[in-house]
Unconditional design. Structure first.
Length: 498
């Protein structure tokens, strides 16, 4: 498969998932890093969740709150705009990545500044904001430790919570030694790979940027509609510095991040930290409502980002992906992610949630997005750990049908007919044959009997393209007698088998 360009100019093209995963699984260092990190986070999360006796009730409450908000999103978006404006902020609406980048770049240029500090933000990564600002002569400095590692290493994030999960301590030390000086304060002489020394090097490097920056850029984990309050949870304190020290704060937030009330926020402040960092609560929970004299930034801008979200909302099955609170629990239990890593997904949203969110936000027209719904074993582990009960396997199957069969969908707010993706003709033929057989009981019964009577002649592996499937799996054995025949012969099992 050929590579597909996605994102801003200068961002490398992404191959389809099978091709990227084929290369990733050969990297033993990568697989070792991922295995160690995901298993560690997974075990800690399980212990943190086990402490909460009403976890199932909290999970259901989170699902209901998100679904209610999405059903009435138009009303809550207007409420957010009114509340933020009344508190001294300015609200901007961005239909897509291009418009959001233009708004932010214009706001920064209006301050006369050419540097900004950033809080870790999936939304700004999604729209390629750093690259867009660079094209306008503005340099953006990532301040989250993992994001800093990725930026200095000229790399891409590979995990929602731990963007540099694919790097080990030795690699991080080498990156700091060789690259920090190009971005500001260089790494200390003789820097080792101990966590304490690496963290101290990052702290010294970032401190001067925090104290110098006049503009900060953030996302938000939640926006409380009733007061227009934005919430960022983090573990390092860099977010608190970015949100309070600059004179101007610009927050780019997806429209699905809204919760109606403070009481609703209480649910997520219990489930998010346990599902992400396996903590009872995040060390830093920052909240701000507009502007306040002599406290924090004097100017606040909120950019509400669509970028495919209303199109996703129009899909009755797929819209549940918008419940996501970006905890990354699904990544840490996914056997596919653990082996392939985040880069194979060709998106800032890797893992199971990325496999259903990216094809909806971007459409399934590219090879990478058409392949993502198949980047799963459908084991269901992702659904079991999701704190807002997103049925990821259900959405994956739904999107696979869209890719293979074509579908009616919504793109850019307009109803469109999607043509089937290339390479699925055999799958469509097989499904049509299966549908015909299942709607003709006599044909199905004859086929089952024939398969049972010839089972000794069946091959152990599939021929042709089927080798890719049976090369790593055992073909299920055909029973000696079809179930229907057994049921009829034994009177529904009452007579027993003979």
């Amino acid at each position: 498969m050929s590579a597909t360009f996605l994102g801003m100019p200068g961002v490398p093209a992404y191959p389809a998932f099978p091709e990227a995963a084929h290369e990733a699984v050969r990297d033993e260092t990568l697989r070792g890093n991922l295995r160690h990190a995901t298993h560690t986070i997974r075990a800690k999360r399980a212990r943190a969740v086990a402490e909460v006796s009403d976890w199932a009730a909290l999970r259901e409450a989170g699902r209901r709150i998100k679904d209610h908000t999405l059903r009435h999103l138009d009303r809550y978006l207007v409420q957010v705009e009114e509340a933020v404006t009344a508190a001294g902020g300015t609200v901007h609406w961005a239909v897509d990545a291009e418009e959001a980048n233009r708004i932010v770049a214009d706001l920064v240029k209006a301050t006369g500044q050419s540097e900004v500090v950033k809080v870790k933000s999936m939304a700004t990564q999604e729209i390629g904001l750093n690259e867009a600002l660079e094209a306008e002569g503005i340099r953006a400095y990532e301040t989250d430790l993992a994001e800093l590692i990725v930026q200095l290493g000229k790399d891409r994030p590979s995990h929602i919570l731990v963007p540099a999960i694919h790097r080990n301590r030795g690699e991080i030390r080498d990156i700091f030694r060789s690259e920090m000086g190009e971005w500001g304060r260089p790494a200390p002489e003789g820097l080792s790979d101990t966590p304490a020394e690496l963290a101290e090097a990052a702290r010294l490097h970032l401190r001067e940027k925090f104290l110098r920056a006049k503009v900060g850029i953030s996302g938000a984990n939640f926006v409380v509609a009733e007061t227009g309050t934005l919430v960022v949870v983090e573990s390092e304190g860099n977010g608190r510095m970015c949100l309070t020290l600059p004179e101007t704060l610009i927050s780019v937030v997806g429209i699905e991040k809204i919760v109606p009330t403070w009481r609703d926020l209480e649910v997520f402040l219990q489930t998010l930290p346990r599902s992400s960092t396996a903590e009872r609560m995040n060390p830093y929970t920052s909240m701000w409502t507009g502007t306040t004299d002599q406290d924090g930034p004097s100017t606040f801008h909120l950019v509400l980002l669509d970028n495919g979200r209303t199109d996703t909302l129009a899909d009755e099955v797929g819209r549940q992906a918008l419940r996501c609170i970006r905890c990354s629990a699904c990544l840490n239990v996914c056997p596919v992610y653990e082996r392939a890593g985040g880069h194979a997904y060709g998106s800032v949203y890797p893992g199971p949630i990325g496999a259903i969110l990216s094809p909806q936000l971007r459409g399934t027209g590219s090879e990478i997005d058409a392949s993502l719904p198949y980047a799963s074993s459908l084991c269901g582990a992702c659904y079991e750990v999701c704190p807002v009960a997103i049925d990821i396997p259900e959405v994956l199957v739904h999107l696979r049908e869209r890719v293979a069969q074509g579908d009616h969908s919504t793109r850019g707010g307009n109803k469109v007919v999607l043509r089937p993706a290339k390479g699925h003709a055999a799958e469509r033929a097989a499904m049509r044959a299966a549908r015909w057989a299942f709607t003709h009981p006599g044909v199905l019964r004859t086929g089952q009997r024939l398969a049972s009577r010839t089972r000794r002649l069946h091959p152990r592996t599939l021929p042709g393209p089927g080798k890719a499937w049976s090369g790593t799996r055992d073909l299920p054995p055909v029973p000696a007698e079809p179930f229907r025949d057994w049921w009829q012969r034994t009177g529904g099992g009452k007579e027993g088998t003979k």
